[in-house]
Design a protein. Structure first.
Ligand SMILES: C[S@@+](CC[C@H](N)C(=O)[O-])C[C@H]1O[C@@H](n2cnc3c(N)ncnc32)[C@H](O)[C@@H]1O
Length: 447
């Protein structure tokens, strides 16, 4: 492997880029080598998985564990050669499939996440990546850009002087990010551009004055006094890319190198994926949490969103699991348990923090029933669909997602093989309660 000049020669602070020895230590190509044979803390959650190669490119709290996909594939009554996940997220299903020798197809509506998954599944030429990193670093270092075009495309709250003395990115930091973005976009290989862009996305929250948690985004304590050092932007990016190149090199002969990522709304796209042997997914929970908000920094700063219309359009395409935008709510499908829940929610309308919650909950199940019907047309007889779902609660009314889906399964042409509670989730403060909500695995099969 021919090596370009070390990056440390370009700017102090760069970590030495991958050597064969590091590549050999970093991981491996089998599922066991990738996960290190770890004991997953919980099958349903990402606990610990963001330390794994590829998964650490971007922290994704809501991911399920790779071990869940391995178990699904191993326990399938039919051999699994092709597996679909209609809610791709960080790409756990798709990436795990590649380590298991299964061909993945995944759908993700969020363009940044769709690119993140595509970048994880792609095949690269390591020396080309190293040369590209050197070029990007040189280009960004030599740039005199003041980020004017990028600043024009961002909401005013994003960059100093911001709005009402608050801004997400200090101007000197934003200028460094803009220079990096311009240098990345100047690369000629679209796969390299995508990879570098998503790796920059993985650092975006750290470059901002905000922190992101399960409760959303907020300004860091004392952010005005503890400014981000703009000279760290380029070295931090170079370190992240160098670390990713090590992982890519170490896992370059995993048993499956193919994979399809469809960017868009799975309610429309799932029917087009063709026959699959298994489906695994974790749809957003009906807890009013909009993933578009969580990835707002990446979406705007990387140019995936350039107007509020873009933002609205993306929100319209997400599963009906939140009330952040006005939309047409599909009427709730009918089953006794859901009828009862819908009636209770309508009666409690005055106590709900948003009057659209009952309609949202009804439409949530209509969306999922539609997807389950499509699943039954894609699977072979006995083929399974593994759904990880979470309950919700509004004004003390419990929305039992797994149980309602199980009740609806026959009308989708599916049979419930098993239901297993994974863990309890605390009710969000917004839902004013301390009760525990269940997160469950539901395994459906095509009779
Ligand atoms: C709970 S996360 C999935 C996490 C995934 N299982 C993992 O391990 O990374 C749900 C994902 O569904 C995506 N999503 C929401 N609505 C969608 C839609 N209509 N079509 C496709 N993806 C959608 C969200 O953007 C989010 O990434």
């Amino acid at each position: 492997m021919s090596m370009p000049p070390p990056l440390s020669a370009l700017q102090p602070g760069y970590r030495r880029v991958a050597t064969r020895k590091v590549l050999a230590r970093a991981g491996g190509d089998s599922f066991e080598a990738w996960t290190g044979g770890r004991e997953a803390a919980s099958m349903s959650t990402n606990a610990g998985a963001d330390a794994l190669p590829f998964q650490r490119w971007h922290r994704f709290k809501e991911a399920f564990s790779p071990e869940l996909i391995e178990q699904a594939v191993q326990e399938s009554p039919v051999p699994v050669r092709r597996l679909a996940d209609p809610f791709g997220g960080s790409g756990t299903s798709a990436l795990t499939c590649q380590f298991l020798g299964v061909k993945p197809v995944t759908i993700e509506v969020n363009p940044f996440l769709a690119d993140l998954i595509t970048a994880k599944l792609a095949t690269y030429h390591v020396p080309e990546l190293l040369s590209a990193l050197t070029r990007v670093a040189r280009h960004a270092t030599a740039s005199r850009s003041r980020g004017a075009a990028m600043i024009r495309s961002l909401p005013a709250t994003f960059v100093e002087p911001g709005v009402k003395d608050r801004w997400l990115f200090d101007l000197p930091v934003l200028i460094q990010i803009a220079r990096l973005r311009e240098a990345i976009e100047a690369e000629s290989n679209p796969a390299v551009v995508r990879l570098f862009r998503v790796l920059l996305g993985g650092l975006m929250v750290g470059f901002s004055n905000a922190s992101v948690s399960g409760k959303g985004r907020r300004y860091r304590v004392n952010w005005q006094e503890r400014r981000v050092d703009p000279t760290c932007v380029l070295p931090t990016f170079a370190d992240a890319v160098a670390a990713a190149i090590v992982e890519i090199g170490a896992c370059s002969t995993r048993p499956m190198r193919e994979g399809t990522v469809l960017h868009g709304d799975s309610r429309q796209l799932l029917a087009d994926v063709g026959p699959v042997d298994q489906i695994t997914c974790s749809p957003p929970y009906p807890n009013s949490f909009d993933y578009t908000d969580v990835y707002n920094l990446e979406l705007w700063m990387l140019g995936y969103l350039t107007s509020f219309d873009d933002n609205r359009e993306l929100r319209q395409s997400t599963l009906t699991s939140h009330v952040q935008i006005s939309r047409d709510f599909t009427p709730a499908p009918r089953c006794r348990r859901l009828d009862k829940t819908m009636k209770a929610l309508r009666q409690a309308q005055d106590e709900l923090w948003d009057p659209r919650i009952p309609a949202m909950v009804g439409a949530y199940f209509a969306d999922l029933l539609g997807l389950m019907r499509t699943c039954s047309t894609l699977l072979p007889p006995k083929g399974q669909a593994w759904f990880v779902v979470g309950d919700s609660q509004y004004a003390g009314i419990h929305v039992q997602v797994a149980k309602v889906l199980a009740d609806l399964a026959p009308s989708a042409g599916l049979k419930v093989e098993r239901m297993k509670p994974f863990r309890s989730m605390r009710v969000s403060p917004q839902q004013s309660g301390r009760h525990q909500l269940s997160e469950d695995l539901v395994v459906f099969s095509r009779p």
